[in-house]
Write a protein that binds this ligand. Sequence first.
Ligand code: ZN
Length: 207
Amino acid sequence: MKQSKILNELVEALTILPGIGKKSAQRMAYKLMRSNNDKTLNLSEKLANITTQVQSCSICGIYLDLSDAAMQSETGDCKLCIEENRDVTKICVTESPADVYTIDASTNYKGYYFVLDGNLSPLDGRGPVEIGIKRLEDRLEKGNIEELILATSTTIEGEATSHYVQQLTHKYNIKVSRIAFGIPLNGELGFLDSDTISHAFNERKLL
Ligand SMILES: [Zn+2]
């Protein structure tokens, strides 16, 4: 029995999403077929919009709406990157723009940021080039930076990325720190997994 070529093309297109294989993509495509046409067209319009109306800040890599003057500076970069009262000696490296917003809203950190395009993942074909290490090197070469704070996640990929960036900074004579991981606030030790407890224990600090 012949299958719909157009639907198969959609399935193929959906597999570019992270963690989505052929089976999941097929379920998504069937779900879209069963959805209200307006909802499906709305999704299609939103996908088109991000290709024409959103771009990355060329300095830090967070995403900006081209139509929103409150997000952009006159040079087209984000407002945060040109804020003058920030500490130019510090740069915090994250794996996602979402982490920048979280850190900026939750801490008193006043340095600058750099967003990698995700983490290293050789099995998925994601090496240093794919995650934007060259952009990071360009940034480090400009000097001024004295401390680089690694804020990638504690997954295997996040740790590998953190390690790679740490090695990279040797030639720039920059102090490197890693955000601490461990016991959550109000957390009881009995509910935590042994990896988390082990990490927290090894990263203990003197009081
Ligand atoms: Zn920026």
